[in-house]
Design a protein around this ligand. Structure first.
Ligand code: PAF
Length: 309
């Protein structure tokens, strides 16, 4: 199987490194030629929960080198999905499966619009990864990946993906209700990500302080209210307990949004708390805590250059 992982960030590098353990053709798609050359020459270096190791991965900006892939895994930021899907057209053939493991809501729709819904697989992952430098990552948390299709079917292509992930040592499960699954992950990100940026805390510390714990609970409660009104079935019974459990399971993790803010990059706020605000507006529900979080993160994003040292 030829697999192209698109996006050389923390998650893209982690997935490419693990998948390189199986005897399949693994490519990492980058947009930066210099970095791609460096990764191809030196490999991906990992430290953290899976130990210190090096993975040999071919990285390229030249999609002609890869040609059509059997599986494309999208690991770019949600705000780059549209552009990425346009750029990776040379990788997509009639049989190519496109798997998105990105944060937030909206990626499946953008990919489906471009390549049609039949070969799109959506998923969420609880793997934690921190980018330390180009091709250099900390594997910050083990965790399962759950994938599914919009039609709820589990065709042979999905079973093949599961077999490869299994062989690579990545736990993977199937879900028949992808909407419920994506919203279940969304609610975790709603509770954790923006708050870590505002407090500069690793995930595990959020429930330990009275103020951050209260805001986390309020943001999650609002998001659950929106999900309920949309009749979305979450995959866990107690969302607050689940978000706190994820904080604990990924306690030393620097959330992806905090990693973005520390690098003065754009964040995925529009695809996380922003989704709750927009959906709540449509439903006529008030979500003041999520609105505040969106406004604060957008202010932080827009004002990096004015930061006081
Ligand atoms: O975005 C992230 O960082 C992750 O989805 C999560 C689960 C919050 C862990 O850090």
């Amino acid at each position: 199987m030829k697999i192209a992982v698109v996006g050389p960030g923390a998650m893209g590098c982690l997935l490419a490194a693990f998948l390189s353990k199986v005897k399949e053709q693994i490519w990492l798609v980058d947009y930066n030629k210099e970095r791609a050359t460096k990764i191809t020459q030196s490999g991906i270096s990992l430290e953290g929960v899976s130990g210190n190791w090096q993975a040999k991965v071919r990285a390229t900006v030249e999609l002609k080198e890869i040609a059509q892939a059997d599986l494309v895994i999208l690991a770019v930021k949600a705000y780059d999905t549209k552009e990425a899907v346009k750029n990776i057209k040379p990788l997509i053939g009639p049989q190519t499966q496109v798997l998105t493991l990105q944060n937030g809501i909206g990626n499946v729709e953008i990919i489906s619009e471009s390549i049609g819904p039949d070969n799109v697989i959506a998923g969420v992952t609880n793997l934690g990864a921190t980018l330390l430098g180009d091709g250099n990552i900390r594997h910050a948390g083990k965790g399962e990946t759950v994938i599914g299709r919009l039609d709820g079917k589990t065709p042979v292509e999905m079973r093949r993906i599961r077999e490869i992930f299994d062989r690579a040592g990545l736990e993977i499960k199937f879900s028949r209700d992808i909407k419920g699954l994506l919203w279940s992950k969304l609610i975790i990100n709603v509770g954790i990500n923006a708050l870590t940026v505002l407090t500069r805390l690793p995930n595990g510390k959020l429930p330990e302080f009275e103020g951050s714990s209260r805001i986390l609970r309020q943001a999650v409660t609002e998001a659950v209210k929106v999900a309920k009104r949309k009749r979305i079935k979450l995959i866990y019974d107690d969302p607050l307990a689940k978000v706190e459990a994820v904080c604990e399971a990924t306690s030393s993790n620097i959330s992806s949004m905090l990693q973005d803010a520390l690098r003065h990059r754009r964040t995925e706020i529009d695809f996380i708390n922003g989704v709750i605000v927009r959906q709540a507006q449509e439903l006529g529900i008030s979500v003041p805590v999520n609105s505040l979080l969106v406004d604060l993160i957008k202010t932080i994003e827009a004002s990096y250059k004015f930061n006081v040292k």
